[in-house]
Design a protein around this ligand. Structure first.
Ligand SMILES: NC(=O)c1ccc[n+]([C@@H]2O[C@H](COP(=O)([O-])OP(=O)(O)OC[C@H]3O[C@@H](n4cnc5c(N)ncnc54)[C@H](OP(=O)(O)O)[C@@H]3O)[C@@H](O)[C@H]2O)c1
Length: 314
């Protein structure tokens, strides 16, 4: 396992981490039993993964993670969780709701400190309200030692060109320790402004969901290419796009998904790539993909040339 650092904190983090949301929820969505789900998390640890990402509103993901990590030395893993500012509606919740959620997360996770406490899914148009409202509470949590680092995740469906992360990195680079958004073969927009700013300010980038859904579901890829064709920004009729991405398959990248994960770690601004799976074999394959976290140079160069302007909303 390769390790990078969580930006200016210097905290080592495995290049691939394991997320309990998305379509897998540590195996819940696939109907795995609690014991099978614990096995997945235990295998992730064995393979060298040291960061687990969850959220207060990812079903039972937090308690499941807390159970699975019982007895594991606390200094051998990092846990990131999130709180949604709009749980139950579109109004901004009172900051006390954030405090209450953190107390609940600490209990569910069986810990006295959350390594990365994040605001979940900041939408365009809400960044300033959210920062004004909740940053003082996040800083208080840090001061009290209940959160080591503070950050937020964005909403790729509403903000594929990352206006919120870029605003945050320009306006409050010292406030945020980490930002979670998506960078991948079909989401290269981050390389334009967000990554250079994050590197300049030492803000950790947690790269979320880099292969779902477009690289894992052919019909979603077809729909995306149709949308891009109508928008005219990406040359979707280039044979290396129109005929799919099988040309990325090599001995070292035996599937398009493994190529997708490798590309997701390609940029040095990425601290860790958060993957999700319900399947131990997939987990093992995914970790193997990061043993050599890069594609052949000519493949990377061509992906950047053809899809450098890509910003898929899923
Ligand atoms: N706004 C936010 O805060 C936000 C949004 C999105 C994600 N996230 C975080 O990022 C984490 C990762 O998201 P994600 O799970 O969507 O990430 P992902 O790793 O890009 O995609 C997971 C999907 O790919 C499939 N997959 C994974 N490995 C595979 C393999 N080797 N072969 C075939 N299929 C494979 C999984 O199915 P199988 O289960 O069958 O393997 C699952 O459907 C989430 O759990 C969450 O922690 C946060």
């Amino acid at each position: 396992m390769h390790y990078r650092t969580l930006g200016k904190s210097g905290i080592p983090v495995s290049i691939v981490s394991y997320g309990g949301g998305g379509p897998s929820q540590f195996g819940k969505a696939a109907g795995l039993t609690a014991s099978q789900r614990r096995d997945l998390i235990a295998r992730a640890l064995e393979l060298g993964i040291n960061l687990f990402d969850t959220a207060a509103n990812y079903g039972d993901s937090e308690p499941q993670l807390g159970q699975a990590l019982k007895g594991v030395p606390r200094d051998s893993y990092l846990v990131a969780t999130k709180w949604s500012w709009k749980t139950g509606g579109d109004d901004f919740l009172h900051p006390d709701a954030l405090l209450a959620s953190v107390e609940q997360s600490l209990k569910r996770l069986n810990t006295d400190v959350i390594d990365i406490m994040q605001i979940h899914g900041i939408l365009p148009g809400t960044y300033h309200d959210i920062t004004d409202r909740y940053a003082p509470t996040l800083l208080k949590l840090k001061e009290e030692g209940k959160a080591r680092l503070i950050g937020f995740s964005q909403m790729m469906t509403e903000d594929p060109k990352l206006t919120v992360p870029v605003a945050a990195l320009k306006e409050h680079p010292d406030l945020w320790d980490s930002i979670m958004f998506k960078y991948g073969i079909l989401n290269q927009w981050a390389a334009k402004e967000a990554f250079p700013l994050a590197q300049k300010h030492g803000v950790a980038i947690l790269n979320m969901a880099p292969v779902r859904f477009t690289l894992t579901r052919q019909h979603e890829l077809d729909e995306l290419l149709e949308t891009w064709r109508s928008e005219g920004e990406i040359d979707v009729d280039h044979p290396k796009i129109r005929k799919g991405f099988d040309w990325l398959i090599t001995e070292d990248a035996p599937t398009v998904i493994s190529a997708g994960y490798k590309f997701a770690a390609d940029h040095p601004a990425v601290s860790t790539v958060i993957s999700g799976t319900s399947n131990i074999a997939h987990l093992e394959d995914n970790v193997a993909a990061f043993e050599n976290p890069s594609l052949p140079e000519e493949h990377t160069a061509l992906l950047k040339e053809l899809l450098g302007d890509s910003a898929a909303p899923r």
